[in-house]
Design a protein around this ligand. Sequence first.
Ligand code: ZN
Length: 156
Amino acid sequence: MKIEDRTVVTLAYTLRLDSNEVVDEATRQEPFEYVHGAQSIVPGLERALSGLEPGQKRQIIVEPEDGYGEYEEGAIIEVPLALFPADIEPEVGMGVYLQSADGEPMPYYIRAVEEDVALLDANHPLAGERLHFDVEVLAVRRATAEEVAHGHVHAG
Ligand code: ZN
């Protein structure tokens, strides 16, 4: 069947940047699964995968605005390490949520950890990057009603 909204898609892929650095991959042995149409992958990739079928391979280039967004200057804040919960060891690249003034959870990524503070960046670590995906569609099946409602795949 073809990839469309409310299907569960199984992919193998390699994600490279313009520099050719590989920043993410999923293999045939350890593939990636997601619910198509649930906005759980970057919009440019989701759009390009629509209509593909198992066995098809594609090279898909996603511009920053259809990927992890443009890099916004001034999006970095300092948070004292003492404010992190005791059971969390802050590490570069880790995602954390802070509450905005109106109480909404806002995603941040740890950009650096210094002696007393962590620098948190509202930009995704791949913001501003053009994404080069080499994708192979391994399987496509209809999602269950529960998977559609949750927006993620449930184990068989
Ligand atoms: Zn669930």
